[in-house]
Design a protein around this ligand. Structure first.
Ligand code: MN
Length: 217
């Protein structure tokens, strides 16, 4: 796709649904997203010369599940998408959107445009700026409902996350310690080791995350 667009993507851990709003006001269906994910997976496997077995080993996602995703028979969870992205050395957003190098201010986030209801029991991701191969980062807004914890496997070597709390209280697991953050607090940490996000409060927490992938194109 060659159009430039305002990408709005929201994914839930349990069952995901994704909407991408283009400048023309068109939304992509979940089917289109599944198709995109299938195409990226097949293309990247081919480019790397990886079999399904090898890909399963590298990502920790079963061969059966990878096959289902490639045949568009399954809507992967956000946890599965992270595993695939990490194991295949891809940015998260390149799996769910077209990543196109852009010059500011082409991509612009508009608040309140999402048509997807917020899940009550899982991490939700909304992509503000998809991964840009020139700039080397992706920028997303995450919402963690009350009492929910999300653990993340190490990303590839050198990946750095920059977390800023927009609303509520957040805890970040880093090197075995939960670091408490409140609204306005910002934390940069090495994400090439195990880490996690936790909301121990009674209200949802909203935070921004800028994920920098060094040397990625
Ligand atoms: Mn992470």
């Amino acid at each position: 796709m060659n159009v430039r667009y305002n990408a709005r993507v929201r994914i839930s851990l349990v069952r995901y649904s994704v909407h991408m709003k283009f400048i023309q006001g068109r939304y992509l269906s979940v089917d289109s997203i599944n198709q995109h994910i299938a195409e990226v997976l097949k293309r990247e496997r081919k480019q790397k010369g990886w079999s399904l077995d090898k890909t399963a080993q590298a990502t920790g996602v079963s061969k059966a599940m990878l096959g289902q995703i490639e045949r568009e028979e399954s809507s992967p969870t956000i946890a599965t998408l992270w595993k695939i992205a990490t194991g295949m050395r891809l940015s998260f957003t390149s799996l769910v959107t077209d990543t196109e190098s852009s010059r500011p201010p082409t991509l612009l986030h508009r608040a309140g445009n999402s048509k997807t209801p917020m899940p009550e029991d899982a991490l939700a991701v909304e992509i503000l700026f998809p991964f840009d191969p020139v700039l080397g980062f992706e920028y997303m807004e995450l919402t963690l409902p009350a009492g929910i914890k999300h653990l993340s496997d190490p990303h590839e070597t050198g990946v750095i996350e920059h977390v800023t709390v927009i609303k509520g209280k957040l805890e970040i697991l880093h090197r075995g310690k939960w670091i408490k953050l409140k609204k306005g607090d910002a934390l940069r940490f090495a994400a090439d080791e195990s880490h996690g996000y936790r909301n121990s409060s009674q209200k949802p927490v909203v935070f921004h995350n800028v994920i920098h992938y060094p040397g990625r194109s």
